[in-house]
Design a binder for this molecule. Structure first.
Ligand code: ZN
Length: 254
């Protein structure tokens, strides 16, 4: 975490998303000081979920900690289907009930919740919320304090993408924009995301949709990739910033 933050600062970046598990490794005091010394604000805080007793019990702690870090939003991941279950609709209803309870807690603590719909191929083991339409419907039902994060990796294929981004924008619930790319072939669903520009996603096109919908937050690079993890972190950040500047324009990089 310390390396990441100082590399970001050296390149003039001012906003990062953080992981609870990484804070645990260095301790909260060190993480907070490191953010402050590097002049960083926190966009997203990872995360609450999967919705199993162990993590639900930690929810209040995570929300309060996210507030101490000044995070803009806290990510929710529902988890997939419980072992032996075949009833996706019931799993979705249970996840929605959990989210409703978490929203009450988050509203008390004063942090926003973020639903990030994942690619449908992850419905079995990661999340039962797999489209922006579904996330928008749920936010509409639940009311203020919850929004959506658009990750191109998960949503690029959706024929309703533009309509649903606009719908989220009209409701003021676009909280984040994650970029990476979809490689052909994709060798692993979780750890083979591409660097922006190396795959087939129309990244400038989706970024324009976000801006037209009123999103004025940062472009956030998120590349789970065993290939890129094997590179020198400074090199990866430099390439990512360069690609973002080429694809989205100079002033999008913060
Ligand atoms: Zn993401």
């Amino acid at each position: 975490m310390a390396t990441f933050l100082s590399l970001c600062m050296e390149r003039g970046l001012t906003s990062v998303s953080i992981w609870s598990s990484e804070i645990d490794k260095v301790g909260e005091a060190v993480a907070l000081t490191s953010l402050r010394d590097n002049g960083m604000t926190v966009s997203g805080y990872n995360r609450i979920g999967p919705f199993v007793p162990k993590y639900i019990a930690r929810a209040e702690f995570e929300l309060e900690r996210a507030a101490r870090f000044g995070a803009d939003h806290v990510f929710l991941f529902t988890g997939g289907i419980t072992e032996g279950d075949r009833d996706l609709n019931s799993a979705r209803r249970r996840a929605e009930e959990h989210i409703a309870r978490l929203l009450e807690m988050a509203n008390k603590v004063g942090v926003k919740l973020a639903i990030e719909p994942l690619h449908p191929m992850l419905a079995g083991d990661r999340t039962v919320i797999t489209s922006l339409s579904q996330a928008n419907d749920l936010c509409e039902t639940l009311g203020p304090g919850i929004g959506v994060v658009v990750d191109v990796y998960h949503l690029w294929w959706d024929e309703r993408l533009e309509a649903e981004i606009m719908r989220a924008g009209r409701a003021g619930r676009l909280l984040g924009f994650h970029v990476n790319d979809w490689l052909i072939p994709t060798k692993h669903l979780l750890t083979d995301r591409g660097m922006m520009g190396d795959g087939i996603i129309d990244l400038p096109g989706i970024e324009r949709m976000m801006r037209r919908a009123g999103f004025d937050g940062p472009v956030e690079v998120e590349i789970f990739s065993s290939d890129w993890w094997a590179h020198d972190p400074a090199e990866v950040i430099d390439i990512a910033i360069d690609r973002c500047r080429k694809l989205f324009g100079q002033d999008m990089v913060r």
